[in-house]
Design a protein. Sequence first.
Lengths: 429, 429
Amino acid sequence: MVGPKGNAVIGQSGGPTAVINRSFIGAIIEARKHGEILEMFGARHGIQGMLNNEYVPLFVQPNFVLKQISTTPAAALGSVRHKPSKEECSRIFENFKKMNVRYFFYIGGNDSAETAYIINSFAAGEGYDLRVVHIPKTIDNDLLVTDHCPGYGSAAKYVACAFIGDNEDNRALKGVKINIVMGRNAGFLTAASILGKQYPKDGPHLVYMPEKPFDIDRFLKDVESTYKEHGRALIAVSEGINKQGNYSLNEDEKPDYISTWLNSFVNINLPEKYMPKGDSKAVELDSHGNVSLSGTSMLGDILTFIVKNNLDIKRVRADTLGYPQRSFPLAISEVDAEEAYKVGVDAVIASVQKNFDEGSIAIRRLDDYGDYGIETFITPLQSVQRKTKDFPENWFAESGGIDERKFREYVNPIVGELPMSGRFIKAIF
Amino acid sequence: MVGPKGNAVIGQSGGPTAVINRSFIGAIIEARKHGEILEMFGARHGIQGMLNNEYVPLFVQPNFVLKQISTTPAAALGSVRHKPSKEECSRIFENFKKMNVRYFFYIGGNDSAETAYIINSFAAGEGYDLRVVHIPKTIDNDLLVTDHCPGYGSAAKYVACAFIGDNEDNRALKGVKINIVMGRNAGFLTAASILGKQYPKDGPHLVYMPEKPFDIDRFLKDVESTYKEHGRALIAVSEGINKQGNYSLNEDEKPDYISTWLNSFVNINLPEKYMPKGDSKAVELDSHGNVSLSGTSMLGDILTFIVKNNLDIKRVRADTLGYPQRSFPLAISEVDAEEAYKVGVDAVIASVQKNFDEGSIAIRRLDDYGDYGIETFITPLQSVQRKTKDFPENWFAESGGIDERKFREYVNPIVGELPMSGRFIKAIF
């Protein structure tokens, strides 16, 4: 035994994924094997449960329950979006001390890594011996350091399959179809739409990423020429498209989101009784005092409206792919599921090692004579907290579109096999 | 041989489904076995290809191609929404005569059945010996006569899985979540959302069907009390909800759609250059001259807006489930796929029988000592064309909600096995 003897707390935080429970269960099953960890407690809704002292004892859960939870999408412990204040840290540590907590595992993205960092700094300040490990998850795939993030592969598989199906639908009933894809800060998930292209004329024919500046007139020209060429246009648009493009944003500069800009032209004038009440806190106002329409499907709807108004195309539709991207239970990538489990296991193994102090589990890709493989390593919390990673600039081709060869080489093994569409021997379209 | 000797034409029509190609391929493979059918031609985009003489010869397609197409979502021949005029029928029959077409198969919903009916009536009027068979498909499940429609089972499986995943997501990050489900005329697909309920407190907690009148104040009260009880609310809303409720509509009475009503309060005032041009035909105007926002996600967004304004609930989101409902390649029900194949096969078998004239293939459910089974039968085109079927009135419980026992008994065998979510032994929420 090398780690301190004591109890462990584990929590889940941020937007759920289809495989975050794999990491959770991997950590429980591994923790049971280590005598240093006497019991593992699950914090309900992460920090919130730690503040309210709401914990679930996990070692007593039978294996069949753990197995079933591991294949269930979203966070079984409940999730939360909350950064603890100093005062809140004090309250948490009061409990931690009473409970003899010596291990803290927090599964989440960059914001959750920041929470882990705050907890770790507080422990250090108090001279309290606590081993803090951040376990990565995010469908956005935008964590720094790691090659890729558990959760991304399954979300990418969902997006790929949505585009595979929609490409067929759009071939059958031609028109312009816009699909809005999640990922406010990085285009990795939007890029996965290109996996919908299985034959030369397949869509998405146009892909708009948050890393590049979005211009509405350029967009209209693109749609027009694509429609001219193919008689249809299947289009992937990141919810995070903005005027500057993330590459040219300075540190801490906020992007001018196209969704915010377009929403500013929309007025909703419902009968008085259904409108926002002056003193209501339930209405989200943006920094300009406008009613916030973020988290809605307005981006796709207004782009549709603009295409209809400006181009002579009758059939224009949009879908905002929404929460199924992160929670659909039938689009789980096997590799993603295995890796999510592994980062949970490896977090526990790391935590009981002699020299371990704090860190986040990261993935290194191995090229095993051409076969895909990974190993994990520890990176300091400082290196992954808060900031996010862009889609690599050199994965864009000179044309401005995604370099599909480079991106497929990266993404294919993470997503795994996809359903293959059929075509008549002599193309009929 | 009993049917006339000649060629066959097959077409696909209306909104695609995930299994419409199974029916298509089933018909080809069966047709090859019958000497009466010399060749089968696929009409590109249904009636449109028949008007433009665009046909694909199908018997030459290798089996591996047919197999791959059969598992591909959407209509491989292309689809169309068009009712042929008398003049168009004349043109079609000019070609039919030249091509010696004696069999016509049309795969689609009630509108496609009407097209088949028109074609058949025209042939009869001309004294032209043509055997017309309508092959049913629709995700809406609203065809008359048949027990259920191929295409519905897979769409229902998608909806069920979206709710299974979203129920977990909503448990993890609590709030109000509204999902808009397809099905303008009937609530069958919306009802499938209840398959998301696997444990007592699971959602959807509220389900709004087009058969019942929708009242916005009642809706707000429902949401409020559900949120009070569960600390969250997962809600299924049919895109076809309307003020009267379909049950109380007289024949040919149009429903007052809630989506149309809510859209009428929305103004989009984009910079002049992006607004509708006076002479543009690309802009869809409704009968009142308003810009049409149908086919958008506005219903969910405005319901969200109203909930936020009127109830003290911070986290309110909506998703409009969209085209993945009818085209997602990983949510195909095996039973649905088999039955879709069977109706294609049986359409061909029926067409070459001695006494056959015209008809639509319908499904009869067999209770084989408690085991599920089906057989098909022929029903006159007249009996399925144009009109649609409501969700049965006696499948509503006295409370006004869906009678879940009755509906599950009906839908479970069609949808097949669903992924099962896990729960801690001692419930933690």
